[in-house]
Design a protein around this ligand. Structure first.
Ligand code: HEC
Length: 143
């Protein structure tokens, strides 16, 4: 005699459940595969980018500089995806795209973006520029 298909299904289900409960393990942790297209994050805003602003920029931002506040508390929200006062609709920092970021042109003294930054005193070193460029390229994270 063939067993009823539904009854066989129930038996299988119960069997599967009892096997599943046999071991007292937590939920299986399946790590998300890392997207190989994503660049590894190597630059951190709080420990590498922010100190550059504190040392070279904060003296004028605020209170000068179009009201842009580059203090530790406000620099991130004042920069990323914020429309530039003088070069809108361009934004100050476009995540992933230094060339679309007014900040990047300013610190490189690009002739089409008015005053280079800082406008007086010592320009940023190549290492500092590299840090800012890579930070923007890696998505301008608040990390
Ligand atoms: C001596 C004062 C002074 C210093 C130091 C200074 N800035 Fe400025 N900044 C200004 C002034 C004034 C403006 C407004 C005129 C302009 O946009 O060129 C400005 C404008 C800007 C703008 C454009 C903002 C907008 O919305 O268009 C950015 C970006 C900027 N500064 C970034 C920086 C960075 C980064 C540093 C440090 C590397 C820095 N600044 C250092 C005075 C300064």
């Amino acid at each position: 005699m063939r067993s009823h298909p539904i009854r066989a299904g129930v038996v299988l289900l119960l069997l599967a459940m009892s096997v599943g409960c046999a071991k007292d393990e937590g939920p299986l942790f399946v790590p998300k595969p890392v997207d190989p297209e994503l660049p590894a994050v190597t630059v951190h805003f709080s420990t590498e980018v922010l100190p550059i602003f504190t040392e070279h920029c904060w003296v004028c931002h605020p209170p000068m500089g179009n009201g842009m506040d580059l203090s530790a508390e406000n620099a991130y929200t004042e920069l990323v995806n914020v429309t530039s006062v003088n070069w809108g609709p361009a934004v100050r920092v476009a995540p992933g795209d230094p060339d679309a970021s007014v900040l990047w042109h300013k610190v490189n003294y690009s002739p089409d973006f008015g005053l280079g930054m800082p406008p007086s005193g010592t320009a940023l070193s190549n290492a500092e520029l590299e840090t800012i460029r890579v930070w923007i390229e890696q998505g301008a994270l608040n990390n």
